[in-house]
Design a protein around this ligand. Structure first.
Ligand code: AIR
Length: 489
């Protein structure tokens, strides 16, 4: 394997030279099935099981590649179902629905990890190309399997124990704590995400009030004294080509990602390279095809983790830690996932600016559209005000119904002043999520701290007292203070 800087395309076991499996032979001379392309376009049709935001953004990436994305969605109102015309309504647990869905798809892939492995195996046995394959995906579906396999590969993971369903957590958790100390982190082996299915228990007493005994197989883990959380995102194709994006720092609140910084600030080059190499190794050893996100803990280096890196979670699909790539990398994770599952050569993963900050838009405590039962500040109006205040912030909304804490979208911002990028990303994401500017900024300009001073030049009808970007006054000709809130704090 040739290793290079984390932003560089990394070749795993095969070069990036042109290869076209559709024309005949695969990597080891294996004859590959001709692809049943979409007859309307002559281009591939990719099927994505699950209609959430990841499918929605994958659809966005499929369009310029000329591809058709077909989505299997449980509801016509799911985010991806709202934007793709090639949508089938069905359950991802229903094998017949999956079979009907896979017909006419060149390849089937996933927006989440909830498709049963036996269904994926059945589709593959019936001749469908499914990536990632069930043998790889099982390690992202089942934390107990993942921990055991990574430990077997010698990859650092927190000390853990598996508690089979039916065992008594009231005995096993204190026994684990006696060996490893409190707190004990308990995770459901399957099905949890975004903080769901995770308990941090600091005493025997904390066990009461949890529903551990009804939660199936459990993984018990030590509470790692981490310095920070990182994520290494890579992609791998069936041909064996692999690429790694710069390693990022991620920030969580109540188990939900709220912010991502690319690259991870202050991460030593050798540790960044070690994190990328670790993720590429996991991708190759587990036979992953598509995007793989490796969530990492950075800890003080010790003999079991000499680089100070431990694996927390794996995801084999586009991942929240890679949403920054939509505006911040030559190739977005969504495009790369499509390239990888179709066995195209992969795209470059370089960053397009020194820093990229992603802020998640999470539903606040109450829907700002209905604070008192009447529409007060709908999302459309919030986007409008955001655009006026921060024209450099890129907005990605998922078309989801409001729920407190739900991921409704994200914002990206690129540049070189990290502190300023973070400030804007946080303000923007918070504003979209709960309709409140955390710094007290007043959209009507009356009490904006350090707000812009209107000049005679300003159009009195301008939104929020700021100059609108008008045709007769092109953006480039506007003074900086009117572009992007330099003076709009
Ligand atoms: N997702 C899948 N695993 C983790 C995440 N965040 C994405 C997928 C899925 C959607 O989140 O795109 O379809 C579900 O979001 P929600 O808000 O309905 O729970």
């Amino acid at each position: 394997m040739i290793t290079a800087g984390p932003a560089t395309l990394i070749r795993a076991s095969a070069p990036a030279r042109d290869h076209c499996p559709r024309r005949g032979r695969g990597p080891r001379g294996r004859r590959l099935r001709l692809r049943p392309v979409d007859p309307r376009t002559g281009m591939p049709r990719v099927g994505m099981v699950g209609g959430g935001q990841l499918a929605r953004m994958t659809h966005q990436a499929a369009i310029p590649l000329g591809q058709t994305l077909r989505v299997l969605s449980v509801s016509a109102d799911d985010c991806a179902a709202l934007v793709t015309p090639d949508v089938m309504i069905g359950e991802h647990t229903d094998l017949d629905a999956l079979r009907a869905f896979a017909q006419g798809c060149d390849v089937v892939t996933f927006d989440h990890e909830h498709v049963p492995g036996e269904h994926i195996r059945a589709l593959a046995a019936e001749g469908h190309a499914v990536f990632p394959a069930a043998d790889a995906l099982q390690y992202a579906q089942d934390k107990a399997l993942m921990r055991a396999r990574l430990a077997e590969l010698g990859i650092p993971v927190p000390a853990f124990a598996v508690l089979e369903s039916g065992s008594d957590p009231a005995q096993a958790v204190p026994a684990f704590a006696a060996e490893h100390g409190w707190p004990v982190v308990v995770k459901t082996a399957r099905g949890g995400y975004d903080g769901r299915g995770v308990w941090v228990l600091d005493s025997v007493q904390a066990l009461a009030g949890t529903e551990l005994s009804d939660s199936g197989r459990l993984v018990l883990e030590t509470f790692v004294p981490l310095q920070r959380e990182l994520a290494a995102l890579v992609a791998r194709s069936p041909f064996g080509q692999a690429a790694a994006w710069p390693v990022v720092e991620t920030f969580q609140q109540q188990g939900i990602c709220v912010e991502v910084i690319a690259p991870a600030p202050g991460l030593a080059d050798d540790i960044a390279a070690a994190a990328s190499a670790l993720a590429l190794r996991v991708a190759a050893d587990l036979g992953v095809v598509g995007v793989l996100a490796v969530e990492l803990f950075q800890v003080a280096p010790h003999p079991a983790a000499p680089d100070g890196l431990m694996v927390n979670e794996l995801a084999m699909r586009p991942h929240n830690s890679g949403h920054w790539t939509m505006d911040g990398s030559v190739t977005s994770q969504f495009e790369q996932h499509l390239r990888a599952v179709l066995d195209y050569p992969l795209g470059r993963t370089d960053q397009v600016a020194p820093f990229v900050v992603m802020g998640n838009v999470l539903g606040g405590a109450a829907d700002p559209s209905h604070l008192d039962g009447s529409p007060t500040m709908g999302m459309d109006e919030r986007v409008h005000h955001l655009a006026a205040r921060f024209p450099d912030v890129k907005v990605h909304l998922y078309g989801k119904a409001f729920r407190p804490g739900r991921k409704l979208g994200h914002v990206n911002i690129i540049g070189s002043d990290l502190g300023e990028l973070r400030r804007r990303a946080r303000l923007a994401a918070g504003w979209l999520g709960d309709g409140v500017w955390a710094d007290g900024y007043d959209v009507h300009g009356r009490a904006a701290p350090l707000g812009p001073v209107p000049t005679a030049d300003d159009d009195p009808g301008d939104l929020d007292g700021q100059a609108m970007l008008r045709a007769d006054r092109p953006a480039t000709a506007l003074p900086d203070r009117l572009l992007g809130g330099e003076a709009v704090r």
